[in-house]
Write a protein that binds this ligand. Structure first.
Ligand SMILES: Nc1nc2c(ncn2[C@@H]2O[C@H](COP(=O)(O)OP(=O)(O)OP(=O)(O)O)[C@@H](O)[C@H]2O)c(=O)[nH]1
Ligand SMILES: [Mg+2]
Length: 363
């Protein structure tokens, strides 16, 4: 396990509700194979162009991370290539930002060729503007004398290689997009309602898909287990339906990933119902719900009727008799979307959920 130091950054004025801790960053780091040996949260007025955080904070961080024996510092914000480079120099350690960390997890989770191509495209796009900086590092390590010339040439060669790779991958992804489009229109012709399971990563989408369709897709307690959409047919009372499992959402999703995974997310498009799966006991549930809603809006899927499943309620209530099974509405909610308490794992509340779906598809 790689020893990592977690660095959170909070902008002082931008305090929205409960300030979330570094719990998610720790989970992300853990999923990508790191062990957190220490952490600090830095409060700043505004990001600075050199290091993002202040110079004094950088010195403090360098000391803390070194004392903890870390070899890598992971930030919970996105850094510009220059900031990342300056931080690596100042800290004498590898610096990973949020996008790079998430890309790394996606790379580990991509088990199909399509998934690997999607991740590689996102990684290439992330890498391209950072190439020049990588050479600076090498130069520093090797003394720099006489290195500039060939180095610059090497970067040019690398850049061209990566650009070529990007256009090849884009072509692959176009083909995937077409293929998925054909499959989708075939499904549409069947005239079977599609129910898309969407939600924050690790909320239990795949577990719910398994429960609803009696399948055995891999569900695990790790972030971004599912990268490829999966469609399963099932019956709800007298109607055939298709459930689609989708890639999980996350706060501050790297733009490169949205682009690369667009064909995956297009599977939500033909849905009659978006079933939003929420991790009920998670203290960040409000943030999760907001991220899901914002992402659906960004993808222009916010007009599709929505139903909420408050999952993992077995962790909230001690036994099944305590369950309210209310079709609770969120306090600040402006629509009449229902929220049904369920446990995908213990298979509780599933009939009620099915009734909710049934009502929506028969509207
Ligand atoms: N206690 C409890 N755990 C659950 C429930 N549903 C899912 N889980 C657990 O939550 C973890 C994540 O479940 P997944 O179904 O893989 O979640 P997901 O939303 O598909 O996650 P990604 O594909 O990674 O985005 C697993 O360890 C599940 O066993 C539930 O109702 N109760
Ligand atoms: Mg999943």
């Amino acid at each position: 396990m790689e020893k990592v130091f977690l660095a959170g950054v909070r902008i002082k004025q931008r305090r929205q509700g409960r300030e979330s801790g570094l719990e998610e960053l720790r989970r992300l780091a853990d999923t990508s194979g790191g062990t957190a040996v220490g952490e600090s949260v830095f409060r700043i007025d505004r990001p600075n162009s050199v290091f993002y955080i202040g110079k004094g904070q950088v010195d403090f961080l360098a000391q803390q991370a070194a004392d903890a024996g870390a070899v890598t510092v992971i930030f919970d914000i996105n850094l510009k290539p220059g900031q990342q480079r300056n931080l690596e120099k100042a800290l004498s350690m590898k610096v990973i930002d949020r996008t790079r960390l998430i890309l790394d997890i996606f790379a580990r989770s991509a088990h199909t060729q399509d998934g690997r191509d999607q991740v590689e495209l996102a990684q290439c796009q992330y890498l391209l503007p950072r190439l020049a900086g990588m050479w600076t590092h090498l130069e520093r390590q090797q003394g720099g004398i006489g290195m500039r010339g060939p180095g610059e040439r090497e970067i040019e060669t690398d850049r061209r290689r990566i650009e070529k790779r990007i256009s090849l991958l884009k072509k692959h992804l176009d083909d995937i997009k077409k293929r998925r489009g054909i499959q989708r229109s075939r499904r549409l012709k069947l005239n079977i309602p599609v129910i898309a399971l969407c939600g924050y990563t690790n909320s239990g989408k795949t577990t719910l898909l398994n429960t609803l369709t009696k399948s055995d897709a891999v569900a695990r307690d790790r972030l971004f287990q599912t990268l490829q959409p999966m469609t399963r047919r099932a019956r709800i009372f007298d109607r055939d339906v298709l459930f689609v499992d989708t890639v999980g959402f996350i706060n501050d999703i790297p733009p490169q990933l949205i682009n690369a995974f667009h064909s995956t997310l297009e599977e939500i498009e033909p849905a009659s119902v978006v079933l939003v799966v929420l991790d009920g006991p998670d203290p960040d549930i409000e943030m999760h719900r907001k991220v899901v809603e914002d992402t659906l809006k960004q993808l222009a899927f916010d007009k599709i009727p929505r139903l909420y499943a408050l999952n993992k309620c077995d962790k909230i209530y001690k036994d099944c008799h305590d369950w309210k099974f209310e079709k609770a509405l969120f306090p600040d909610h402006d629509t009449t979307s229902e929220c049904i308490e369920i446990s995908a794992l213990q298979k509780v509340g599933i009939e009620r959920l099915k009734s909710g779906i049934y009502d929506l598809i028969n509207k």
